[in-house]
Design a binder for this molecule. Sequence first.
Ligand SMILES: *Cc1c(COP(=O)(O)O)cnc(C)c1O
Length: 479
Amino acid sequence: MELIFEISKNGKKAYTLPECDISSDKQIEQKYLRKQDARLVEVSELDVIRHFTALSKMNFSVDSNFYPLGSCTMKYNPKFTEYLASLDGFCMLHPLLPQIKGGEKLSQGALTIIYELEKLLCEITGMDEFTSQPMAGAHGELTGIMIIAHYHKLKGEQRKIVLIPDLGHGTNPASAAIAGYQVRAIPSGKDGLMDMGCLKKELTKDVAAIMLTCPDTLGIFNPKIKEIADLAHKAGALMYYDGANLNAILGKARPGDLGFDVVHLNLHKTFATPHGGGGPGAGPVGVKKELAKYLPIPRIKQDKGELSLDFSMKFSIGNIAPFYGNFLVLVKAYAYIILLGGEGLVEASENAVLNANYIMHKLKDYYDLPFKRACMHECVFSASKQSEKGVHAIDIAKALIDKGIHPPTVYFPLIVKEAMMIEPTETESKQTLDNFISIMIEIAKLADKDPQKFKEFPKTTPVKRLDEVKAAKDLNLSA
Ligand SMILES: *Cc1c(COP(=O)(O)O)cnc(C)c1O
């Protein structure tokens, strides 16, 4: 592809600006003016369209390719919710409107969406109150852990430790550490579940919370959650639920009923906001009644059918986001939940779990399965068999790219050697899954017969194998 600078020709234009009616040299002092004209591209509108369309095609997206990236829930999100979020009544609202005199009256629609969404999330998770303000999963974790820290502090306790299984998503220990805690990792046993003996030993009076993902990053639902929660509560610690994997259990189990005190959800994984590339997302946080007074401000209050913002909560952890979070993401989640209803959400989870188990079953004779049990919404294979021939998880990932499929997550979770974590999501058809399965089988056979061939992959991408460490440390986007 030619770069846009290379097709630039003097005099070509992609815009028409209104005539300038002030003289720029009169307004701006000479010393601030550029000595030479800036080197800008001169291209036509069509050149611009082709340039950016070509760039967009160099990338994978759920709209164009199957994207089974484990842990990330890269599912298709209905365009219907995008349409609703783009309505002027939502996207042209000024965030200060509810805070000016008389503005609350004009903001009742938007406040109702946030208020009702928080109520729906309470119902879905079994929690008592929710804040929809955090803007990502990790931001929700930090908010939740700050609430936990506040709770212990106001009880006069100086607990210093947060326990997290070694399977935990990287953001879990990071959030706990940023909130000022020491993190202790609890190892997983041979069955892929948290080592209970080790947990009991670590669960001292110094522990503020246990952070768990359920189902975890192996796609396993820990049957001992209730026992873990009872142990934590007996030791005075709280239970934190990382709900980024909630799309596996919607309508089947509620973290609130399992003994969790604080949860965060990823609306941009489970509830109809596309993600990747950094956002925008939303990581609402739900808490049990005893913790509600610590939620961030403002809270939305209802009085005689009127909604208003309450900034006066004495025990709140304070502000954690400008205004009220990513409002348009909340609009999409609200519309999606209403559209699917209770039964639709259950069906979404059932299909997510069915699809993952289908792939696991069909591929288990070709790739090593470190934990042989029914999975939830994702399954984790190991490329250990293939790596004996010199074909590693990364090579299989590159081969998939050439077949038009986004690779699964590789080398995570860390406790699985040569991990390949596959999350097909509920939105994919049997046809797509069968195509993926046959390609994975083809790749396994090629790894056995001609492992050298993998060095050539990927062949179809604009850049080939990158030095990933150098690419991260010595970023050069213009070469
Ligand atoms: C994605 C994810 C997170 C973090 O969410 P972000 O929105 O990316 O910050 C946390 N935990 C799990 C299990 C996840 O999959």
